[in-house]
Design a protein around this ligand. Structure first.
Ligand code: NAD
Length: 265
């Protein structure tokens, strides 16, 4: 973990900050000097983080599918720490079914959590960030914002929506000095993927498509997110940074056996 002070004196909110990628972002923000309000539905995990992180961390039970709750989280950051510089919108999750079996209730649940929750957060974060003269918003989308998966229509559609919402935010908030970017993780070792990764052969099926030959860690995603939220990225806005071990380079057939034949011909 870096010990530099890019975030010294900054105030951030992190949705989904109790676990996995969100918790890694929270830890690194505090280590780099920020004060952080984390909003999550998992009160017990927030409390445990609070015991480790001290005064510059506030955990607030927050359901991102409620606009009122999201607004309260943002206002808490301003009341407790005086302002808001950066919003990290991480809360999300999967679940789903093949398209023909997808229920309306499950479709709406995933869209509400992964897409509407990000919309609520961007709206209320931007209002506060403007008041203190600019800052940044970083949304966590997914490799599935561009790559479809079986049984993931709601999740993939929501994440593609997050990628577009990111661009709309960059367009609308730019004049007010707010940069908006997304991080799109590939497979990352968190509680969200633990069940899948425990299935025999599942991780290997992913690794076949990952030239870097390892699963991503929450800290890999936190490093990218903190870069985008920091003054190291002052001219970066509207981008969707894929942190996926080069997954998309493997969408083309492996031509090496054919190239060898051609060179012999
Ligand atoms: N792990 C991966 O492989 C992966 C890959 C691509 C994208 N992502 C995305 O990264 C983000 C974080 O996922 P993770 O892997 O760290 O999962 P995680 O399950 O470890 O963390 C997700 C957090 O979101 C919280 N949450 C769930 N519903 C919520 C709600 N309604 N309101 C507030 N908080 C809520 C959970 O309590 C949890 O703390 C998600 O948006 C996920 O879609 C993860």
């Amino acid at each position: 973990m870096s010990n530099d002070s890019r975030y010294a004196g900054k105030v951030a909110v992190v949705t989904g900050g109790a676990s996995g990628i969100g918790a890694a972002i929270v830890r690194r923000l505090v280590a780099e000097g920020a004060s952080v309000v984390a909003g999550d539905i998992d009160s017990a995990k927030l409390e445990a983080l609070g015991e480790q992180l001290g005064e510059r961390f506030t955990g607030l039970t927050t359901d991102v599918t409620s606009e009122h709750a999201v607004e309260a989280m943002v206002v808490t950051a301003v009341e407790r720490y005086g302002k808001l510089d950066v919003g990290f919108n991480v809360a999300g999750g999967g679940g789903g079914a093949m398209l023909v079996e997808q229920t309306e209730a499950d479709w709406r649940r995933v869209l509400d959590l992964c897409l509407t929750g990000v919309f609520f957060a961007m709206k209320h974060e931007a209002r506060q960030i403007v008041d203190q003269g600019g800052g940044a918003i970083v949304n966590v989308a997914s490799l599935n914002s561009r790559v479809p998966m079986f049984g993931g229509s709601a999740y993939c559609a929501a994440k593609a929506g997050v990628a577009m919402l990111t661009q709309c935010g960059a367009l609308e908030f730019g004049e007010q000095g707010i940069r908006v970017n997304a991080v799109s993780p590939g497979l990352t070792e968190t509680p969200l993927t633990a069940g899948l990764q425990a299935l025999p052969g599942a991780t290997d099926a992913y690794l076949e498509r990952i030239p870097l030959k390892r699963v991503g860690q929450p800290e890999d995603m936190a490093a990218a997110a903190l870069f985008l939220g920091s003054d190291d990225a002052t001219y970066v806005s509207g981008t969707n940074l894929f942190v996926d071990g080069a997954w998309e380079t493997t969408t083309y057939p492996d031509l090496r056996p054919f190239l060898a034949q051609l060179s012999r011909a």
